[in-house]
Design a protein around this ligand. Sequence first.
Ligand code: CA
Ligand code: CA
Ligand code: CA
Ligand code: CA
Length: 481
Amino acid sequence: MRRPALYLAGLGVMLAVGVPTMLVSAPRASAEAAKPAAQIPFWANPGQPNEPQLAPMPTVSPNALPTVTQAEVISRAQTWLHASRGGPQPYSVSRTLQGYRTDCSGYVSMAFGWAKPGYVTSEMAQRSMTTPIDKSQLVQADLLINPGIGAAGHVVIFDHWADTAHTSYWGYEQSGDGGTHYRQIPYPYFDGYQMSPYRYNRLIIGPVTHPNGDYDGDGKTDQALFRPSTGTWYIRYSSDQSVEVLNWGQKGDIPVPGDYDGDGKTDEALYRNGTWYIRNSSDHSVTVLAWGTGGDIPVPADYDGDGRADPALYRSSTSAWYVRRSSNSTVMKVVWGQPGDIPVPGDYDGDDRTDEALYRPSSSAWYIRYSSDPTRIAPEVWGVTGDLPIQADYDGDGKTDQALYRPSTGTWYARYSATHTASMLGWGASTDLPVPGDYDGDGKTDQALYRSPMGTWYTRYSSNFATSTLGWGLNGDVPTI
Ligand SMILES: [Ca+2]
Ligand SMILES: [Ca+2]
Ligand SMILES: [Ca+2]
Ligand SMILES: [Ca+2]
């Protein structure tokens, strides 16, 4: 059996790190050599029977406003940095790439998966697409827009602040001075040009995968939706298929479900610009916790292993994780990663404590800080530009497996922690949102997809590889499993 190809670009740099809790800077995307996707093989596993290729699913309406994650936007934005013979895609208002105009707004439309050939800046600033936000709220994949007409307008994808005083930031943009850029930009833009912060209405903030939302505590993931326009939760209990509707939240809230009270049932929870609202399933009391700032990314999980989710934040600008331990309410800070990394927390070593982990889309590298041994630094390059991390426990051994969804081909990849083998499954479309969870309750994560705007759930059960389809959800709903 052929050994899986493992790419360790940058490992030499990493091994030289003296401080275990701090990563040195790996090359940024803009400085890296181009890596044609076709030349990077995967852990395709010839020794294992291929999993069955499923029948194609219905095609996606091209005019839909899709739900996207921060990771999807950033991964796609990076593809144009190397799109033209390994270099940035040249700027042109009359040409297209992948069906999108190669100007500023066409580039952003590509990154968000909007209709081709792309919206223009004045359309992007409309309330039907985006909502104005404060400068203090800016997070990765927010937008800076000047909605002027034609050449008077511009749009930049915000990545992270370049300094603590918030005078400049790193952003992705397509501009006339050289095409696609990932660079440091003075706020709001060069030469005093005016731009304002906006958030796409269907942006999902935070990691793609939550700890399997099990709101009724029967051991199976429940399908659940949050409707941002009204602040309403819809939870479809797996135990009896009944639907709970809970009006609790408001526009702009970020759903952060988790089992905070440790009763085995997922609690509805919201993060609102620095304040946590947790509705405990055990007694329906609401815990309010002012902790965090507007630009932090919530990453709640059970980091201390007491069976209760801990409020936790990832601050992209300083690469700092803050975990507020439920066991003793102390706060742990770990500097781990570099700006632009995507948090991918999980229990990779299986000690029942969540490990801080990051996926670096610019180099497709995984950085896992194992709770059982934080000095065990072994970054691994696994993935290609545009891949979406979807880590979960697919083989059911109690350890989180590295996993990716490749939107360009609709392919799932997972590296099983139990056997160190990999699986791949072609199942999905480019604009589908992966929502993996243990829907059949056999202890193994099931592949699942949510397709907007129709609101269709596709689930493939690990116990028997049967698939199910459920039409449930409206345009704009956000899955909150
Ligand atoms: Ca609970
Ligand atoms: Ca762990
Ligand atoms: Ca596993
Ligand atoms: Ca399962």
